[in-house]
Design a protein around this ligand. Structure first.
Ligand code: UTP
Length: 287
């Protein structure tokens, strides 16, 4: 069955980015002129997925609003001849169908995905984490979807990190880490480096069989007392129903202050309108 739907979990508390994220959703922080949630939706649209369900929480209504039509603003832009801006606003509600569901309490990423089960129903689907950005010039998710089409087996993106950093992520176990399609045998969430099965960790991109909902329904809270998506993936892996593809390329943990700043500087320097000016500023910049 072709993959048509995606879930973007965006109901977390964003504690690593406080105080900025006290009143403003982390996913609305901009990288130059687009909020993180828009990068996430654009990545899905690039891969051909346009039915998108954002998991939100109280105070994060702005996430779905960003993609709603804005009659007054559009009329004002048309009246004043700001046609480029008008196009960029119209694109937001034309490029995808955006739905949202509420996660009433931040019980974990696995729980956030489970909350979207009625929207997804019995179909394979994508999960994309908006606080992990992959290179917007690439379409790695499209490559993952092609592999899913061929194998009909859940597939996740992984990337290699320095050994000490595995404790921040979900680490995969495999007998053949260098295969182009890696057969995953287990997934361990935030392992101590001394017991981590590998330095290949989950990158926030998943193409999943809907059986993951049944697994999540039965799952007990894991690391940090949260229902972990990684633990559900571990069940799939132990059933030999999980593959991984290694992403080699630029990525930013934009849910952390340092990762966010690096993304702003990099994508600012590459921005079609501002890039030249910003690059010359960077050349003369002396901290
Ligand atoms: P993170 O743990 O990276 O994000 O979850 P967070 O909770 O927002 O931020 P910190 O750790 O407190 O700084 C990864 C993704 O899962 C979502 C988050 O919104 C983020 O996109 N998430 C996490 C939920 O939707 N619900 C949850 O209960 C937990």
């Amino acid at each position: 069955m072709p993959v048509r739907k995606a879930v973007i979990p965006a109901a977390g508390l964003g504690t690593r980015f406080l105080p900025a994220t006290k009143a403003v959703a982390k996913e609305l922080l901009p990288i130059v002129d687009q909020p993180l949630i828009q990068y996430a939706v654009e990545e899905l649209v690039r891969a051909g997925i346009t039915n998108i369900c954002i998991v939100t929480s109280s105070g994060k209504e702005g996430l779905a609003d960003h993609f709603a039509s804005a009659g007054k603003l559009e009329a004002a832009l048309a009246r004043t001849g700001k046609l480029e801006q008008l196009d960029s606003i119209r694109r937001l509600h034309e490029m995808a169908e955006i739905y949202s569901v509420r996660q009433n309490e931040p019980l974990g990423l696995g729980h956030a995905v489970w909350v979207a089960r009625d929207h997804v129903q019995d179909e394979p689907f994508v999960v994309l984490l908006p606080d992990e950005m992959l290179d917007p010039q690439r379409n790695f998710l499209g490559e993952m979807l092609n592999v899913f089409d061929e194998t009909a087996t859940s597939v996740v993106a992984v990337h290699e990190v320095p050994h000490e950093e595995v404790k921040l992520y979900g680490s995969i176990a495999t007998d053949d880490p260098s295969a182009s399609l890696i057969a995953v045998t287990d997934v361990i969430e935030k392992p101590d480096p001394s017991v981590a099965p590998s330095d290949l960790v989950l990158s926030g991109r998943y193409v999943l069989d809907p059986e993951v909902f049944e697994i999540l329904t039965k799952l007990e809270p894991g690391a940090s007392q949260e229902v972990q998506l990684a633990d559900a993936l571990g069940v799939l892996a132990r059933r030999r129903q999980l593959n991984a593809m290694e992403y080699v390329g630029r990525r930013w943990d934009v849910g952390t202050k340092a990762g966010y700043l690096k993304a702003v500087v990099t994508l600012g320097a590459e921005h079609p309108e501002l890039g030249e000016d910003f690059r010359s500023f960077l050349r003369t910049f002396k901290p």
